[in-house]
Design a protein around this ligand. Structure first.
Ligand code: ADE
Length: 240
């Protein structure tokens, strides 16, 4: 997968993908990331990307011309991409959406900034609008990085164990059960006996119960959504 990120802060994107899981995905050949500096597509000496809003009001608005120029140049070079605009006005990102995005061969992410983006970027080109959550960031970069990280770990061959992305929180509509590793006891806190028992059925049962309990306690909305969507449990013995 090729992910191109149009941004005012290419260094931020480059720094992020130089470490952690995206780097592993890149080294394994599953992912390529290109940070594209929006200022490269301006026409004036000051490399202006924003201007005051028509009609007045606070803040600055990203102009449409550099964005159109960037998208058109990238698509001329690489062919059409699935375009994603990171904006608090978008649909909230979730694991299902990440799975869907991970199926595309090319993603073009656009990070908004300042008070917003000229509306003609939205109306003049097709975008899937995605939000990181019900809060406002100063720019779309943290959202683009969250999306990139979440997608990278789903690409085939990136995590050693493909099951590891299936058994986790949200994939089956439940939060994950707690994890433990050595030592067996730390400052008087012992690892639950069942995890040391070697009884795989009992361990699976314990994890399922913990998962349900934690979800009920913290995210009852997930349980309700799961009931109304009747999440398929076929081939997922850890779901009751
Ligand atoms: N840009 C600013 N706020 C954002 C959000 N919540 N999600 C995605 N992009 C954003």
């Amino acid at each position: 997968m090729l992910v191109q990120v149009i941004t005012l802060f290419p260094r931020l994107i480059e720094g992020f993908v130089a470490a952690g899981l995206p780097r592993i995905a890149i080294e394994k050949g599953a992912l390529a990331v290109q940070a594209v500096d929006l200022r490269e597509f301006t026409q004036d000496v000051h490399r202006t990307v924003d201007d005051r809003p028509f009609g007045g009001g606070p803040g600055m608005v990203l102009q449409c011309a550099p964005i159109f120029a960037a998208v058109e140049a990238l698509e001329r070079q690489h062919g059409p991409a699935h375009r994603v605009l990171l904006t608090p006005r978008g649909r909230r990102l979730d694991q299902r959406k990440l799975r869907e995005l991970a199926t595309h061969e090319r993603l073009l992410l656009l990070c908004g900034h300042y008070e917003g983006i000229d509306e003609r970027v939205r109306t003049g080109m097709t975008w899937e609008e995605v939000s990181l959550g019900d809060f406002v960031l100063s720019g779309g970069e943290p959202a683009a990085l969250a999306l990139l990280d979440g997608v990278a770990r789903l690409l085939p061959g990136v995590t050693g164990d493909p099951e590891s992305t299936v058994h986790e929180s949200f994939e089956d509509g439940l939060l994950e059960a707690p994890h433990f590793t050595r030592p067996r006891e730390f400052r008087g806190m012992a690892v639950p006996e069942v995890l040391l028992s070697g009884d795989h059925a009992a361990i699976a049962r314990w994890r399922r119960e913990q998962s349900q309990e934690i979800t009920k306690e913290r995210r009852a909305d997930l349980l309700q959504a799961r009931e109304s969507q009747s999440v398929p449990t076929e081939g997922k013995p850890w779901i009751v």
